[in-house]
Design a protein around this ligand. Structure first.
Ligand SMILES: [Mn+2]
Length: 277
């Protein structure tokens, strides 16, 4: 008997799993608190999660098979190479298992750009991205650098196969308003595959104090989970949770992040609308 504990009690091989977890500890463009330990502490919080969801009547750990792929080895300070590694890794994941539901743990928000570049190529369909975020991240550059956690959404919009919905935004620059005509601000039912990205600063700092760039007057947890439920009424094909600046186990932000993981997996499965069966 091996008395050991991994992230998930029964770790499956990627080609036999329903859900794959990949940490992307990239935080080289973070302008606030470091977020490179997000994957470490969100994983710790997932280990402590009860699988049973009394509301959804599902135990996610019994219903699904999980594969934790570990963390992407990032190339420090080099987004070109790191973005390429993200792309290659996701491509390989889908080659190995075309039905996989990927969950990515950041890291700063720039990783979402790399992930969606890749998913867009793989799915070859229009993707609706639901972005829960305090900030728009629509600047075209930051201090002369095009690729940053404050600019990823600007670059994402250059891809005509992406529809962007932003929820919870309360801080942006005048320049960012130029892109507003291309952005939706409410969650609707869509036939497109939906990708959910959650920047933990969407919450008010009293719910999630450990984030890269906290912003006052944010969402409360109840309102957030009600909106997340709406998002999960669509066919969800992937999730990322970014900007978690936890620096020790059991912080509010990491525990909240683990519960987002649980609700998205349970919620999309309960409604039978995701790629999860
Ligand atoms: Mn963001």
């Amino acid at each position: 008997m091996l008395y050991t504990k991994k992230t998930f009690e029964y770790e499956e091989r990627l080609n036999e799993a329903d859900i794959a977890l990949l940490g992307i500890p990239w935080d080289c463009t973070e302008t606030g608190s470091p977020v490179r330990f997000g994957p470490v502490f969100i994983r710790e919080a997932i280990k402590n999660l009860p699988g049973w969801d009394p509301e959804l009547r599902i135990n996610i750990f019994e219903k699904f098979r999980f594969a934790d792929l570990g963390d992407l080895e990032i190339v420090h300070s080099n987004w070109n190479l790191t973005g390429k590694r993200i792309k290659d890794t996701i491509k390989e994941m889908f080659q190995e298992n075309p039905g996989i539901f990927p969950v990515f743990l950041g890291g700063d928000h720039l990783i979402t750009l790399g992930i969606l570049d890749s998913l867009s190529e793989i799915l070859k369909k229009k993707i609706t991205v639901i972005d829960f975020d305090a900030h728009r991240d629509l600047a075209s550059e930051w201090l002369g650098e095009p690729y940053n956690h404050l600019t990823w959404a600007y670059h994402l919009l250059q891809n005509r196969n992406i529809e962007l919905v932003q929820i919870g935004c309360r801080s942006w620059s005048r320049e960012e308003e130029r892109a507003f005509s291309r952005i939706k601000n409410r969650i609707e039912k869509t036939k497109n595959p939906v990708y959910i990205t959650v920047d933990m600063d969407v919450f008010d700092p009293r719910f999630a104090p450990e984030v890269g760039t906290p912003e006052p007057l944010g969402m409360n947890a109840q309102d957030f989970f009600a909106l997340l439920k709406q998002a999960c009424r669509n066919r969800v094909v992937g999730l990322d949770i970014v900007e978690c600046a936890s620096d020790r186990p059991n912080t509010q932000t990491a525990v909240l992040a683990a519960n987002i993981f649980k609700k998205v997996i349970g919620g999309t499965a309960a409604l039978g609308k995701s790629s999860l069966k």
